[in-house]
Design a protein around this ligand. Structure first.
Ligand SMILES: Nc1nc2c(ncn2[C@@H]2O[C@H](COP(=O)(O)OP(=O)(O)O)[C@@H](O)[C@H]2O)c(=O)[nH]1
Ligand SMILES: [Mg+2]
Length: 461
């Protein structure tokens, strides 16, 4: 794109924004929650799946007013593009695979054409256009927000409390010994680097362990463009080391401060001040599979993320970043891993993990909703006869061995189960491969039409 094209692109965006014809949708979720699958499906539904049979609850389609969606031909050169076509090709193989995982953030723009249903535009224009920017960013980065409210000492205390939890304790023991043997007067580059490396390894081990969601700082795990920056030399000293007012403690506190000022704040400024709508994907079922401590940590992480969307009059977010997100959807992803009559319980479980009444309050300007979805449905729901009774079941392809399975994955608890339930019962919701697609067929989904209606319906009237 030449500078002239870029200028034209920017001025068109500005015009569209001014006319409310531009929506910027953020898609976030912790690693593995289903962001890549969600965006791939969303784009596919809007560009190729727009039939009333496929999207019955998306009003603009149901009313026959949707004229189609197209990927924008141009995108600002400085923004990584979401690899939609590449992802789709994995799903369209003879033996379909899940698209590869990504790190960092990316964006994709779509132009959605529709006939206005009411008002002056419906009489004067042959069609209207809504420009949709979809932004994919790691939920790990959202979990850095709480750092703005903690100083270095408080962060160290918070971290070591977390590392004492049963599913983390054993992994953290070696790093704790390394710190205990560290010379706190030594602030050499070599020492900082080797300690950071040890902490990063610990975070990597945590993140490879099912059910650890709160790994901070997010950029040490997903550095994006900051790989190698000195302020990423960041680690929590043991709380008892902090009272010693050491040179190393001071140096790390400085890095912590820089990280907050130069990474966390700009991230929120750049993303939050521009997003209009937000989807937070949550994989509740994997957390249940991973046990009590994991489920408790997911709940803690979600509540912290939820705080990112509380930006009432007195909130720090509002003062610092002037966000304007007006709708937030919390979506329990991968609902195709359970039988349909469990979806309501899955939605209730998500609400119970959020520990939030999801209605608009005076301090929460965004409209918030929760639902159970599958961006890419990988199972068929049906029934089996068991001792003369009809039992719900799902059929799919087991990720572990590529074989067809037919099972009842179990009941989903509608509230967060207590430790006693976990000690008696091992949840084991399956993991499935994508179903083979006939070429050109719509990507199968669960409630992507409800999702589209909640996120975009009011912009397409
Ligand atoms: N059955 C099913 N599995 C899904 C779905 N979405 C994601 N997954 C699974 O979750 C994994 C991680 O998804 P991905 O979209 O890469 O997550 P991300 O890290 O948040 O981008 C995928 O490889 C799939 O195994 C879905 O809608 N249905
Ligand atoms: Mg991804």
């Amino acid at each position: 794109m030449t500078w002239l094209d870029q200028l034209q692109h920017q001025s068109r965006q500005f015009r569209h924004r001014a006319l409310d014809r531009h929506v910027r949708l953020g898609v976030t979720g912790l690693s593995g929650a289903g962001k890549t699958a969600f965006i791939t499906s969303l784009v596919h539904q809007l560009t190729q799946g727009d039939s009333p049979q496929n999207l019955p609850f998306f009003a603009v389609v149901q009313q026959g007013r949707y004229l189609g969606g197209q990927l924008a031909a141009e995108q600002a050169l400085t923004i990584p593009r979401f690899p939609y076509e590449h992802n789709l090709s994995f799903l369209q193989q003879a033996t379909p695979q899940w698209p590869p995982s990504t790190t960092g953030w990316s964006q994709l723009s779509l132009a959605l054409r529709y006939k206005a249903g009411q008002g002056l535009r419906s009489h004067l224009q042959s069609h209207s256009e809504l420009e949709l920017d979809i932004v994919d960013y790691p939920g790990e980065w959202l979990l850095d927000l709480p750092l703005l409210q903690l100083d270095y000492q408080q962060w160290c205390e918070f971290s070591w409390q977390l590392f004492a939890k049963p599913h983390r304790q054993a992994l953290a023991a070696a790093f704790s010994s390394v710190l205990a043997a560290t010379d706190l007067t030594d602030t050499s580059e070599q020492q900082l680097q080797s300690l950071t490396e040890a902490y990063k390894n610990l975070l990597l081990q945590f993140s490879a362990t099912a059910g650890t969601f709160l790994n901070q700082p997010g950029r040490l795990l997903v550095p994006g463009e900051l790989a190698g920056a000195p302020m990423l030399q960041l680690l929590p000293l043991l709380p008892e080391q902090l009272s010693q007012n050491s040179a190393l403690g001071k140096k790390l506190a400085n890095h912590y401060q820089s990280y907050r000022d130069y990474v966390v704040k700009p991230f929120y400024k750049q993303h939050f001040s521009q997003l209009d709508r937000q989807v937070v994907l949550v994989d509740c079922l994997s957390a249940l599979n991973a046990g009590a401590a994991a489920t408790a940590e997911l709940s803690q992480a979600l509540q912290l993320i939820m705080k990112s969307f509380h930006y009432g009059p007195s909130s720090m977010l509002r003062r610092l970043f002037k966000p304007k997100i007006s709708k937030v959807l919390f979506a329990a992803s991968k609902a195709d891993h359970v039988t349909p009559e469990q979806h309501q319980a899955l939605t209730l479980l998500l609400q119970s993990l959020l520990r939030q009444p999801l209605k608009q309050t005076t301090y929460q300007l965004a409209k918030v909703e929760a639902m159970a979805i599958a961006a890419l449905r990988a199972s068929h729901a049906g029934y089996v006869e068991l001792q003369g009774q009809k039992q719900p079941c799902i059929t799919g392809i087991d990720s572990a061995n590529g074989k067809k399975i037919n099972l009842f994955p179990g009941d989903v608890p509608a509230t967060v189960p207590d430790a006693a339930v976990f000690s008696k019962h091992q949840f084991s919701f399956p993991s499935l491969q994508p179903l083979p697609l006939a070429m050109q067929a719509n990507l199968p989904h669960i409630r992507m039409d409800h999702t589209l209606q909640f996120l975009l319906g009011d912009k397409l009237i």
